[in-house]
Ligand binder design. Structure first.
Ligand SMILES: [Zn+2]
Length: 470
């Protein structure tokens, strides 16, 4: 492979074709179905699919096929099949649905307003995960352009990832014959610790969520009359949450929600902490003098990748402060989102949480935990020697630095699905979601140079996959 030529090809296709296409893609508010139940009527998803389809069709390599598959009542899925010099399959994955808007976008920017400043393209969905289709196809085109052989490649882009990929299992079944049995999966929907090297995601957390409601009254009453007689629903809610999470440390309490962290992962967490240093926490927009939960950097890595942690992501039953009268409120509701260790079976946590939160309610108040969702995480199988070398070569060639390995705190349901289905498959899970890129939050950006280098890395890893021994 001529690395200079590959670099030039990727630079050109990104600057000339991909950045303009992503700019248009950012304008489309194609929120994932969980955030836009009317997505089908709105037609934005169709528009986003069309944009990617047109781009890809214009550039499809010889013999390749592209199909938009849509099962009744489900989000569409884009499938590109590129024949190769062997029947062995590489599966490349990304998604095109988006998170909702969020508040806090800087002046002059917004989720659906693409702004290109220097190395960054701001706007919703460019980095998470619109770039994936463009990067995956361009990587193969870069190999084709100089006749470097590769295995058969299948690019699969789904449209419900941000809703937890509920449609994907149906597509995986429906398309089983065409997906085949990949010996390598490349997932382009993950993060990177910095923009200086290739980062491989070694694990993803699972998640369990549910809505906790504490009801103490049939209707609100004067707080001067009732406080001290009627227990506060807010206080009971806090007490129940404290069954799950230590309010002083944020540590999750039930031992059943922890797993034994594999020694290799402990070692990699220490290495990642050394590489990243204080940027592990300084990348977050802390208010005032707020500090992280601990100063021990390796512990922070493990907290966000291998330990269960709680976030209260929504609250109801409370009026906005400007409308708040002196009233004891009839109920308080909170949406609880619990990240789970990678190897903990997600499905079993729902019943555990329900029992923990509903049993023996304080003051015999009405407590319900409902609307539960759960998904398992994923722990990467050990890398084959050829892949470990390919990853090292890619990182050295395109980033001038050795690669790094770290777990990610988020979830990609498809990886758990594939890991279960293909236990011997090798995985490269990587992405462009680095410091401040802020997927899901305001001011999301795509770091364009990283997008290019990830594309080059995919190309050389796919080439090395074909050339691997045995
Ligand atoms: Zn994503």
């Amino acid at each position: 492979m001529d690395t200079m030529r590959l670099r030039n090809f990727v630079e050109q296709i990104w600057d000339g074709d991909i950045v303009p296409a992503l700019t248009e893609y950012i304008r489309i508010p194609n929120k994932s179905p969980a955030f836009d139940p009317e997505w089908e009527a709105h037609g934005y998803m169709r528009e986003a699919v069309k944009l990617m389809e047109c781009w890809a069709r214009d550039r499809l390599p010889h013999g390749a096929t592209l199909e938009i598959v849509q099962l009744p009542g489900r989000t569409p899925l884009m499938l590109i099949e590129i024949p190769g010099a062997s029947e062995d399959t590489v599966l490349l994955y990304g998604h095109l649905d988006k998170q909702p808007e969020m508040v806090g976008w800087a002046d002059g920017t917004g989720p659906w307003t693409p702004v290109h400043v220097g190395d960054k393209l701001f706007g919703r969905g460019g980095a998470d995960d619109g770039y994936a289709m463009f990067a995956a196809l361009s990587a193969i085109l870069a190999l084709r352009e100089q006749g470097v052989p590769h295995a058969r490649c299948v690019i699969l882009i789904e449209a419900c990832e941000e809703s937890g990929s509920p449609d994907l299992p149906f597509y995986v079944d429906h398309l089983a014959a065409r997906i085949g049995e990949p010996s390598l999966v490349i997932c382009l929907d993950s993060g990177c610790g910095d923009y200086d090297r290739l980062w491989l995601t070694t694990s993803l957390r699972g998640m369990a969520a549910g809505t906790l409601t504490v009801r103490v009254l049939e209707e609100g009453v004067h707080s001067g009359d009732a406080s001290g007689v009627v227990p506060s629903s807010f206080r009971i809610l806090c007490e129940l949450v404290a069954r799950l999470e230590d309010p002083h440390t944020g540590a999750i309490r039930p031992a059943e929600l922890f797993v034994q962290i594999p020694p290799k992962r402990l070692e990699q967490a220490k290495d990642a902490a050394v590489i990243l240093g204080a940027s592990l926490h300084s990348k977050f927009p802390f208010a005032g003098s707020t500090r992280p939960v601990t100063g021990d950097l390796a512990e922070l890595v493990l907290n966000r990748t291998w330990r269960p942690q709680l976030a209260v992501i929504g609250i109801d039953g409370l009026p906005a402060p400007q409308n708040a009268g002196n009233v004891m409120l009839p109920y308080t509701t909170a949406r609880l989102s619990l990240r789970l260790p990678p190897t903990l079976p997600g499905a079993e946590t729902g019943a555990l949480l329900k029992r923990l939160l509903e049993d023996a309610p304080p003051y015999e108040s009405e407590v319900t935990f409902s609307g539960g969702e759960a998904a398992s995480g994923w722990n990467a199988p050990a890398l084959s020697p050829w892949l470990e070398e390919a990853v090292a070569r890619a990182s050295e060639a395109w980033f001038d630095q050795p690669p790094a390995y770290m777990g990610e705190g988020g979830s990609i349901p498809f990886m758990a699905m594939l890991g279960e289905k293909f236990p011997t498959t090798q995985f490269v899970v990587t992405g462009v979601l680095g410091p401040h890129s802020n997927a899901h939050g305001p001011n999301e950006f795509l770091h364009i140079p990283t997008g290019k280098r990830v594309t080059m890395s995919v190309a050389s890893i796919v080439a090395d996959h074909f050339a691997r021994p045995g």
